[in-house]
Ligand binder design. Structure first.
Ligand SMILES: [Zn+2]
Length: 104
């Protein structure tokens, strides 16, 4: 595992833990939905994070935190802009592939 893969693996654990902590603190958060500022999906509050005026779903939090860690961008607006025109598609695919690997 190279350094980049290690960062992604660490972030996946951190973000997964955020979800678990939210569910533990407030089990209802799994059933409460909001519209994610980045991907636009209607997602559960559990595992979501408020960044300034934007709230991101658990999947997008992973993209955001991984992007910050890999220095792909340094503010949440950049991620939101990038999600709009799919400039981060490659990074997203990379993370998805890594997730698939982890599930084997
Ligand atoms: Zn999202």
């Amino acid at each position: 595992m190279n350094e980049k893969e290690q960062i992604i693996a660490d972030m996946q654990q951190v973000v997964e833990q955020m979800f678990k902590d939210d569910v533990e603190e407030n089990p209802e958060s799994v059933n409460e939905y909001f519209d994610c500022s980045a991907c636009g999906k209607n997602a559960p509050l559990a595992g979501s994070v408020q960044y300034g005026k934007h709230r991101l779903c658990n999947s997008c939090v992973l993209l955001a935190e991984t992007g910050f860690a890999l220095k792909k961008f340094d503010n949440i607006q950049a991620l939101i802009d990038a999600m709009e025109d799919k400039r981060l598609e490659e990074l997203c695919d990379f993370i998805k592939k890594d997730e698939a690997k982890g599930n084997n």
